[in-house]
Design a binder for this molecule. Structure first.
Ligand SMILES: Cc1cc2nc3c(=O)[nH]c(=O)nc-3n(C[C@H](O)[C@H](O)[C@H](O)COP(=O)(O)OP(=O)(O)OC[C@H]3O[C@@H](n4cnc5c(N)ncnc54)[C@H](O)[C@@H]3O)c2cc1C
Length: 474
């Protein structure tokens, strides 16, 4: 008899929903283990979010632990199959819609707010109409916004619910590697914080390592010949402007997902992760389980649902998507390299530049930043010059897209618009999986952002539901 029925590697939304859905179908005595390199939810806190100074937690508390990258996320649940992943490459559209509806209902059961933004069709139609005049595509996507505080609480409620189930166990501060023998998974090797190791057996192993674990999963895929495809790499900046600039769209949509093909390169530039009244934040990728070495600092953003905690600014990512073709097959390394270049110039953190300085070909320094009427919410960001970091294609495309979007939200193309770099989204190599996300290794599943299948809370959670149903149907 095996130690566990299922071992889930990674306690982000994909892993959590695997376990939640499993227990809807199996006895509460069924032994399911979920492990994470990071800490349990109540022990997770990010010093940088409290006092503005990143102390280099190992691993990064924003990215790791119960709830994964979801814990301190903005908690926007995107309720359209068009946003947050590639699920429709694996499943029929109707099925994906049904799964999103179901998964959303589980979030509601655990306390997500009732309000959905972007359902006011007349206003959304008006914004889309305006966009169409300027070669901008508005992606329609209703959003349930949990906000950073409720996102944390909802995912904590899931933890508390699971802890009451007899067969459930969670191991924090534990790294896991699947054990594969003769084309089938047999369990996992666990490595604890003190370096000790333990082997545990299981019928199924679900790898849900998130973007932070993408390289780890890509290595396992290469060693076991699982088959991978290059995914896009999205590189760009986080834009910060006063709320007054973005209110005309965010008041109706919460998040305006706009897409523009740049004039010079026809590169796809899109707005992403919009946070009205939000805060720009710093996070670290691949700090490694027991080391801070080789980690990279990148920029992100979030906001609270509670309006009393809103800032005077709105932030959002502006990303240029590139899908590399043969012979190049290291998109993650490419993204890391550019982020590292930015880190090198700042002494290890995030860079900020005023758009006006960028257009004038000069560095933003502390004196120039002080003159900005847009006050940076990431106070640790180091003023610098993004033209030393971003490739010409990316920089030009971002500037052209900001100019285009200014027609929808006047004031965006302004000298005091702040650009933080680098924002990079690693969509990892897409691991080859079946339509139920099983790899060619029997019993080994790969899901969520780390498998290159998803890029957001909702779709990551859906992959967990699909896997659990598949396992329970066997
Ligand atoms: C600041 C911020 C804001 C965001 N805002 C939003 C938003 O508003 N809406 C949205 O849809 N998405 C948002 N996202 C993205 C969202 O959080 C992710 O898409 C989602 O969490 C992915 O879920 P996942 O389960 O695939 O991976 P993750 O949540 O990344 O979880 C993976 C977990 O696996 C663990 N792990 C990795 N490898 C191992 C290993 N070998 N052994 C043990 N544990 C391992 C990691 O420690 C991590 O905890 C945001 C992300 C950030 C960082």
């Amino acid at each position: 008899m095996k130690d566990y029925s299922v071992i889930v590697i990674g306690a982000g939304p994909a892993g959590i929903f695997t376990v939640l859905e499993m227990y809807k179908h199996v006895s509460p005595r069924t032994k399911i283990l979920i492990v994470d390199e990071g800490r349990s939810i109540d022990h997770r806190n990010c010093p940088a979010r409290v006092n503005g100074v990143c102390v280099g937690c190992k691993p990064c508390n924003i990215m790791s632990g119960w709830s994964g990258a979801g814990a301190f996320s903005d908690g926007k649940l995107s309720l359209s199959e068009e946003v947050g992943g590639n699920l429709t490459d694996y499943l029929p559209v109707d099925k994906v819609r049904e799964l999103i509806k179901y998964t959303d209902s589980v979030y509601l059961d655990f306390g997500a707010p009732e309000l959905i933004h972007g359902l006011n069709d007349r206003k959304v139609d008006e914004i889309a109409y305006e966009c169409s005049k300027h070669n901008i595509h508005l992606v329609r996507c209703p959003v349930r916004h949990m906000g950073t505080e409720y996102s944390f609480e909802v995912l904590r409620a899931m933890y508390e619910y699971l802890c009451k189930i007899e067969g459930f166990s969670f191991m924090e501060n534990t790294h896991a590697d699947p054990i594969i023998e003769n084309g089938a998974v047999t369990g996992a090797e666990l490595t604890f914080k003190n370096g000790e190791k333990k082997t545990v057996t299981a019928d199924y192993v679900v790898a849900a390592p998130g973007r932070g674990g993408a390289q780890w999963l890509a290595k396992i895929a290469a060693e076991n010949d699982l088959g991978t495809k290059n995914n896009e790499v999205d590189i760009g900046v986080r834009v910060e402007v006063p709320n007054s600039v973005m209110d005309p769209v965010t008041k109706h949509l919460y998040e305006a997902k706009m897409v523009y093909y740049s004039d010079t390169f026809e590169s796809k530039v899109r707005t992403f992760c919009m946070n009205p009244g939000g805060i720009v934040s710093e996070e670290h990728y691949n700090a490694g389980f027991n080391t801070f070495k080789d980690s990279i600092a990148v920029v992100n953003g979030h906001s609270y649902a509670d309006e009393t905690m809103h800032t005077e600014n709105t932030n959002f990512a502006m990303l240029v998507s590139t899908k590399f073709t043969e012979p190049f097959n290291q998109p993650i390394e490419y993204g890391r390299y550019i982020a590292q270049l930015g880190n090198m110039l700042t002494g290890g953190g995030v860079m900020v530049q005023r758009l006006g300085d960028l257009l004038l070909g000069r560095r933003t320094d502390y004196t120039r930043l002080k003159k900005s009427t847009t006050r940076p919410t990431l106070v640790t960001a180091v003023p610098g010059d993004l033209s030393f970091v971003l490739p010409h294609r990316h920089l030009t495309s971002i500037i052209e897209a900001i100019r285009a979007f200014d027609k929808i939200v006047p004031g965006l193309y302004s000298k005091n618009t702040l650009l933080y770099g680098i924002e990079v989204k690693f969509y990892s190599s897409k691991i080859t999986v079946s339509d139920s996300f099983e790899t060619k290794v029997k019993g080994l599943y790969a899901i969520g952002d780390g498998a290159g299948i998803t890029r957001g809370l909702m779709q990551a959670s859906v992959t967990g539901v699909v896997v659990a149903r598949d396992i329970c149907g066997k």
